[in-house]
Design a protein around this ligand. Structure first.
Ligand code: ATP
Ligand code: MG
Length: 752
C-alpha cells in the first residue's frame, strides 16, 4: 500500500522525500522534521523497488540508527533490516572487515579503544624518554586524532612545517615522531583506532579504485543525518561514495554544530554547495516538536551568535507554558527541586517518567541529580554513559576508601594494588594471591607482609602500598570522611594521574573525582549528621554503588539523564537543563575565544530545542568544588533568553523555600522517603567563599608572578602572559587545581 506522503509531511518535506535522484540538502532548524524526511525518504525508495542493500544512511549515534531503522520498519516491514544504516564508524568498520587486507591490515584487525590507545602512546613516550609533563598521552592522542581527521598522514605531518608549527610553538616538536611510532606499532599489531577506521577507509578508496567502484555501485543512495557535525575525513568518504550516482542527501542544522572540538567543520556544508552545482536545496521552517514559547526562546538565544546561517523557525503548536527558572541554594538542593518538580508534573499531568529528561553540560553533574531522584524513588536511566557510581574512576577511589575501612576487602585490594601504576605486575599479584590461598591467609595479610613471601625486589612496592593503606586507616580514625578521602585521593596518586590527562574524557574523569569529594563534603557538613566517619559514608552509599540497581533502572519507565551532547536529535515532553551557571555552562574549560562561546551557545540551543511542552532551567547560587563551597553566578545564557518567555519560579530573594512551603505534594514526599522538606539548608561555614559580586577585574596591569583570585579556581600565581589574535591569555598556577590557561576578556580575576 503506497503511503500518502502528503498527509504525513508538509509540501517542502514531501518535496525532499520525492527528490530521490541527484544531490539534495536540507539545512533547517531544530525540530523541523529533517530526520523524519530521511526516514520517509528511505521508505519511499524501498516502495519504489530500490533494494535495501543499495541504501546507505549514516547517523550520528547508534541509538539514532536504531530508532530510524525501527521507524522505517514500521512503514515498510522487515525489508528495513537489510539497510546499510549506522554511524560512520560502525558502517566503515564493517566494510574494512572485508577489505582491510588490500591496505596491509588483517581482515580480523583489532579495534583499539581510547584506553588502549593512550596506554600505547604512554609506552612510546616513556621509551623515547620524553618529558612526560609536556607529552601527556591524552594530549598527544588529541593531536594525532586531529591530524587524522584532517587526513594528514605521518609523512605529510613530518614534512610540512606549517602543520608542525602549532606543536613546535608549544615546545612539543616530537609529536610527529610519536605519531609515526604510534602508527607503526598499531600497524604491526594489526590494530586500528577509531580515527583510523575513517582514515583507512579514505586510503582504501583512494588507492583501490576497483574497491571504490564496487561501493559506489552498491550505495546508489547515500544519506547523512546531522551533517553539520561531520569532519573532513567523513565528508570526503561520502563525497567519494556519491561521486558516480550523485544521489546524496544530507540534512543538518548549522545552529546545532557542537563537535568542533572533535574536528567537525562547518565548511562541509559550504563545500557541499560547491561540489554539486546542480544541488536542490529544501527549506524547512516549521517546528513540529515544541510549543511556540520554546521555539521563540530558542530563537532569541541563537541570534546572539554571529556565525550562523539566518533562518526563521516558527511553530504552529500551542503557545504553551513559560520557561521556568529554578534558583537553588546549592547543587544538592537543585537536585531536590528538580526531582520534586518531576514528581509533581508527573502526578498533575498523569505523565510517565519516560516523558522527562534531565540534561547537563558535564557528566559529573549527574551525581546530585541521581541522589535526589533515588531519594524520591524515581527511576532513571543514564544514556550514553554510566551512572555516577559505576564510573571507573569513582569505583577506583571508592575501592581505596573501602580498603581503608576494611583491609580484608579483597575486591577493593585487587582493584587498586597497582592503580595508579606502582610497579606491581600481574605476576606478582598472582603470586601473592596463590601464597594467600596456599597458606589460608587473607590477601591483605600476605600483602602487608610481602617481604616474607616474595623477594625484596618485588616486595618493596607492595610493602610501601600496604604502609600507605595503614596510614590512611589511621587518618580515617582521626578525621572525618571528607578529610580522609581528600588525602587518599591525592596521596594515592589518583588526582595527579587524572589531572595529567587533558583529553575530553580525562577532563570528565577528573571532574567526577572532584564531584565525589564534593558529595562527601556535603555529607559531613550536614548539621544533622552524627557519624561523619568514612565508614558511615561508605555505608550510606553502599546502596547506590550496588551494580544490581543499574539493571533495574533499564526496565520500566524512567527519567532520562544525559549530557547535552548525547541528547542531539532526541525529544522529550518535559526537559530540565540543570547547572545554568557561569563557568559550568558556558563551560570555563571550553571558553578561550568567541568561537568557543558560540559553540557553547549552540549547545544551549540544542538543549532548549529538545523540549516539546515544558522546559525548566535551574541553577544553584553555590556549589562545592574540591570540597569548598564556592558561590556561583547564574549563566549569562539565562539573560539571553527573551524575558517575555521566562518565568522565574522562585523569585530572587524569596528563595526556593518560599515555593517549597506551598508544595502540594509535600506530605507525599515525607511519607515516601522521609525526605527533609525542600527548604534552603543552612550551609556550614567553609574555607573559601568567593564574594557574590565577583566582577572582572582590571587585568591590564597584570604581570607575571602576581597573586590572583578566581571565583572557581581560587588562588593562584600568574606564570605567563601572552597576546594572541583572540585576545590576551594568562597561564595561572592555581593552588588547588594546578595550571590553567585563561582568556583575560572572560576570566574574572582579582588581583591581590
Ligand atoms: P533535530 O534538529 O532536533 O534533529 P529534526 O529536524 O530532525 O530535529 P524531527 O526529529 O524529524 O526533526 O521532527 C521533530 C518532531 O516533529 C518529530 O516528533 C516528528 O515526528 C514531528 N514532525 C515533523 N514533521 C512533521 C509533520 N509534517 N507532521 C507532523 N509531525 C511532524
Ligand atoms: Mg534530527
Amino acid at each position: 500500500m503506497a503511503l500518502d506522503y502528503l498527509s504525513l509531511l508538509n509540501p517542502s518535506q514531501a518535496g525532499a522525500v520525492m527528490q530521490t535522484e541527484g544531490p539534495c540538502m536540507i539545512i533547517a532548524g531544530a525540530g523541523s522534521g529533517k530526520t523524519r524526511v530521511l526516514t520517509y525518504r528511505i521508505a519511499h525508495l524501498l516502495e519504489q523497488g530500490v533494494s535495501p542493500f543499495n541504501i546507505l544512511a549514516l547517523t550520528f549515534t547508534n541509538k539514532a540508527a536504531k530508532e530510524m531503522r525501527a521507524r522505517v520498519e514500521k512503514v515498510v516491514g522487515p525489508n528495513a533490516r537489510s539497510l546499510w544504516m549506522g554511524t560512520f564508524h560502525s558502517v566503515f568498520a564493517k566494510i574494512l572487515r572485508s577489505e582491510a587486507d588490500k591496505i596491509g591490515y588483517p581482515r580480523s584487525f583489532t579495534i583499539y579503544d581510547t584506553q588502549d590507545t593512550k596506554t600505547l602512546i604512554g609506552q612510546i613516550i616513556r621509551e623515547l624518554e620524553l618529558d612526560d609533563k609536556l607529552y601527556k598521552p591524552g594530549l598527544v592522542l588529541g593531536r594525532i586524532s586531529a591530524a587524522k581527521n584532517k587526513l594528514i598522514s605521518v609523512n605529510q605531518y613530518l614534512s610540512d612545517a606549517a602543520i608542525k608549527a602549532d606543536d613546535e610553538a608549544a615546545l612539543r616538536p616530537k609529536i610527529g615522531v610519536l605519531y609515526q611510532q604510534y602508527q607503526q606499532r598499531c600497524f604491526k599489531a594489526g590494530a586500528m583506532d577509531f580515527d583510523d577506521l575513517l582514515f583507512n577507509t579514505n586510503v582504501l578508496f583512494r588507492e583501490h579504485t576497483d574497491v571504490l567502484n564496487k561501493y559506489q555501485n552498491m550505495f546508489r543512495f547515500v544519506m547523512v543525518d546531522e551533517y553539520q557535525d561531520t569532519n573532513y575525513s567523513q565528508y570526503l568518504i561520502t563525497r567519494k561514495l556519491a561521486a558516480k550516482e550523485r544521489n546524496i542527501c544530507v540534512v543538518g542544522d548549522d545552529a546545532q554544530s557542537i563537535y568542533a572540538f572533535r574536528g567537525a567543520d562547518i565548511t562541509n556544508i559550504l563545500n557541499f554547495e560547491k561540489d554539486y552545482p546542480e544541488l536542490k536545496v529544501f527549506k524547512l521552517e516549521q517546528n513540529y516538536r515544541s510549543t511556540q514559547n520554546i521555539v521563540k526562546a530558542a530563537n532569541s538565544v541563537i541570534k546572539n551568535n554571529q556565525a550562523q546561517l539566518r533562518k526563521d523557525v516558527f511553530s504552529e503548536n500551542e503557545e504553551g507554558t513559560l520557561i521556568e527558572v529554578i534558583k537553588a541554594a546549592s547543587d544538592n538542593e537543585e537536585g531536590k527541586l528538580v526531582a520534586t518538580t518531576i514528581f509533581e508534573d508527573k502526578m498533575n499531568g498523569h505523565l510517565s517518567y519516560d516523558n522527562f529528561a534531565i540534561l547537563y553540560r558535564t557528566n559529573a553533574q549527574s551525581r546530585a541529580m541521581e541522589e535526589a531522584l533515588r531519594k524520591l524513588n524515581i527511576r532513571y536511566k543514564i544514556v550514553g554513559g554510566l551512572s555516577f557510581y559505576q564510573r571507573k574512576e569513582i569505583k577506583d577511589l571508592v575501592a581505596y576508601l573501602r580498603l581503608t575501612v576494611n583491609q580484608n576487602d579483597e575486591q577493593a585490594l585487587r582493584r587498586v594494588i597497582n592503580y595508579p601504576k606502582r610497579g606491581i605486575g600481574d605476576t606478582t599479584i598472582s603470586k601473592l594471591v596463590a601464597t594467600a590461598e596456599a597458606a589460608n591467609h587473607s590477601l591483605w595479610e600476605v600483602v602487608s607482609n610481602a617481604d616474607q613471601f616474595v623477594p625484596a625486589r618485588i616486595s618493596n612496592p607492595v610493602v610501601t602500598f600496604a604502609e600507605n593503606i595503614k596510614a590512611y586507616t589511621a587518618l580515617a580514625a582521626r578525621e572525618d570522611a571528607f578529610e580522609a578521602a581528600k588525602f587518599i585521593a591525592k596521596n594515592s596518586g589518583m588526582i595527579e594521574e587524572l589531572y595529567a590527562d587533558k583529553s575530553i574524557e580525562g577532563l570528565s574523569r577528573y571532574e567526577n573525582i572532584q564531584e565525589l569529594l564534593n558529595g562527601i563534603k556535603e555529607y559531613v557538613d550536614d548539621p544533622e549528621r552524627e557519624d561523619k566517619s568514612l565508614g558511615a559514608f561508605l555505608q550510606d552509599i553502599a546502596l547506590v554503588t550496588d551494580s544490581d540497581l543499574k539493571d533495574a533502572a533499564q526496565e520500566g519507565e524512567a527519567v532520562t539523564l544525559m549530557t547535552i551532547h548525547s541528547a542531539k536529535g532526541l525529544e522529550f515532553r518535559n526537559v530540565f537543563i540543570v547547572g545554568m551557571e557561569e563557568n559550568l555552562f558556558p563551560s570555563q574549560m571550553m571558553i578561550t575565544s568567541r568561537a568557543d562561546l558560540e559553540e557553547e551557545r549552540r549547545l544551549f540551543y540544542v538543549a532548549i530545542t529538545r523540549a516539546e511542552k515544558k522546559l525548566t532551567l535551574s541553577y544553584a547560587t553555590s556549589r562545592y568544588q574540591w570540597g569548598n563551597l564556592r558561590s556561583a553566578e547564574k549563566s549569562r545564557f539565562l539573560d539571553e533568553i527573551d524575558p517575555a518567555f521566562v518565568h522565574f519560579k522562585f523569585a530572587a530573594g524569596g528563595g526556593p523555600g518560599a515555593g517549597a512551603a506551598e508544595q502540594p505534594f509535600q506530605h507525599v514526599f515525607e511519607r515516601r522517603s522521609n525526605l527533609v522538606p525542600v527548604l534552603p539548608r543552612k550551609v556550614a561555614a567553609t574555607k573559601y567563599v568567593a564574594p557574590a559580586d565577583f566582577s572582572p577585574s582590571d587585568t591590564k596591569n597584570l604581570v607575571a608572578g602576581q597573586r590572583v583570585e578566581h571565583p572557581k579556581f581560587g588562588f593562584g600565581v600568574v606564570r605567563l602572559l601572552e597576546k594572541e589574535p583572540a585576545g590576551a591569555k594568562a597561564t595561572i598556577d592555581f593552588e588547588e587545581v594546578g595550571e590553567k590557561v585563561l582568556l583575560l576578556s572572560f576570566a574574572k580575576l582579582r588581583i591581590h
